[in-house]
Design a protein around this ligand. Sequence first.
Ligand code: 3H9
Length: 694
Amino acid sequence: MNSVPTVRYEVNDQLAVITVDNPPVNAMAPGMREEIVAGIERANADPAVQAIVLTGANRNFIAGADIRQFGKARGISSAESTAAIVQSAKPIVAAIEGYCLGGGLEHALACHYRVAAPSARMGLPEIKIGLIPGGGGTQRLPRLVGARAALDLILSGRHVDAKEALALGIVDLVTEQPVLGAARDLIQRRSPAAPLPHVDSMTIQDADERVFAEARKRTARQRIKAAAYAIELVEAATSRSVPEGMALERARFSELEGSDESRALRYAFFAERTSAKVPGAPEDYRPPRVTRPAVIGAGTMGGGIAMAFADAGIAVRLLDASAEGLERGIQRIAANYAAKLKRNTITEDEIRERMALIQPTLSYDDIVDCDAVIEAVFERIDLKLEIFSKLDRIMGPDALLLTNSSAIDINTIASATQRPHMVAGSHFFAPANVMKLCEIVKGDASSIETILRAAKMGRDLGKISVIAGSCDGFAANRSRAPLVTEMMLLLEEGALPQQIDKVMMDFGYPMGPFAVSDLSGLDVSYDTRKRRAAANPEYRKLHVPDRLAEMGRHGQKVGAGWYRYEAGSRTPMPDPVVAEVIAGVARDFNIPQRQFSDDEILRRLLFASVNEACKIIDEGKALRASDIDVMWLNGFGFPRHRGGLLYWADSIGADNIYRQISEWHAAYGKRWQPSRLLASIAAASGQLREATAA
Ligand code: 3H9
């Protein structure tokens, strides 16, 4: 935060205004609760004050407690400051603009009235950092809006806008006028003799066992404790007074605050924000928004990227070299939207709007006025060079020239143009309209402005943009590649896909890596391996997936891959044919067979990637360890409650990992060559998560 947090107290025409000011979002820093209480006491003691307004500076109310302070002493609790609000003899109005989240909403709920601007965004997002609301949110929100709606907000952590907040009954009114004026009007309209409304004395309207049973069922598969505690607490609110309920809430909150999962989730929160910081960014440069993008290539990736633009409300031109390719691409997009309609995550009107934003074309003449082009054609270098040379000739001088390549060197692509400083990678992850990661790949010549513009484009699409350097696989896929190699080699040595998948799901992945491979298709990775093998004579062939791909077992789309699938089913079934192929490879290459413990499998897979991640940071191809963690969380489904690959690795210890990798280096050879950076962090007993590029 940039300036000293303050709470201002002013009296203006009988109204005491308490303003929380801690830019940018008024997170509640230590000492602020005390100042709020002092303001309330002062206003109550001042005969010239008729009523009190609690509000925030910086066009925000309060975005919650300061997350950096968790685990440290924080002065008085929210229980005490909200109690001071409830007990005030003079009316208190919360005047809300912008974010009103977590502890911010909890303070607003304790007020007698709430008025909101249309910009207000309210919610209890604590679950996202492994917590429950700890300042009365689990007790007051259900009293105000009912148990079902409160559970929806607490368990999802979602924000509601002012309109929905009004409909739910969280706020008394939404106003276009300045919120302070609206608060004053409200006070003037109320009769001074009327009793003050208190959320604490309301009863929960839908205190029905079924509401809680449904919530338990819905969250049964969630691994974090906070969900179960939130349900317990909302249920407790049906039979306990607010102070009694808050005592239980406090105990549960304290336990969660110290839990591994909340620490990991808090780390992930800040890691994502840190990834937006680009060293060397000119202080006064504000990257312009991409408003006229074009995507080249209407295949699965190109179509997904076009959908991401349409989903963000940005009109996009989708260009393909062939009419059939374009037609197929548009049909695939329509089918994807139809699947969303079936799941009720989109309406027919929204589909119509989004399809209208995707403008198909076969002609480069239709994209010359675009401010960004994202090339997403096959991974063929000749094709990419031809496209970039053409773009260089026809596009305006300020157009961003981006490639969605997942492997081809950005410098080579940029060399096809006279403006390599305008070229960079914007590497989306499949499905591009769903996955949050957008890897922004910097070529040697990419300018910082190009990188900042590309990163902003990703953020405007609702993605998390993370910067990487150009190398084979860039940072994300390169750091995962050794995991993939090890999972294949484990098969050769005696493990089975279903065992490895179970280990990774028990660790917290939503799907095992072999089931994921069946989804993306074994043919895709087969082609990539062929290319790598052609480029590198030392490339270690992966015989099991090669044989399966050559047998036509291309995955779920053909009903057979690492597993078999019954017609119409997506459930992976272990297949003896796969076990036979594995045994055949072991026989043909005389590979000794043995049993693996779950722990050994987990460590073999993840340590291989930890080692590679350290090499990537050491070479400066990722800026920081936490950036790699953000990539794994948002590109590969790494379990969020474990923080990220390198955060997790710290729970094992760099020295333990280094020792194990050195043993495997001796046993298996070169691919386990330990990273220099890992060795030095291990020697210094340091934290892997804190590693940065030199
Ligand atoms: C809580 O309230 C517990 C209570 O129930 C009980 C207590 C006993 N703390 O995201 P942005 C920083 S738990 C510290 O880039 P946006 C953020 O790191 C809390 N810092 O902006 C960044 O700093 P920097 C419940 C915070 O516009 C800067 O503000 N509340 C906090 O994309 C801008 O953030 C939450 O969980 C914080 N609480 O999104 C809300 N919030 O510039 C968490 C923000 O140095 N916050 N910062 O990188 C958010 O979800 C988003 O930040 C928000 C704004 C939606 C508010």
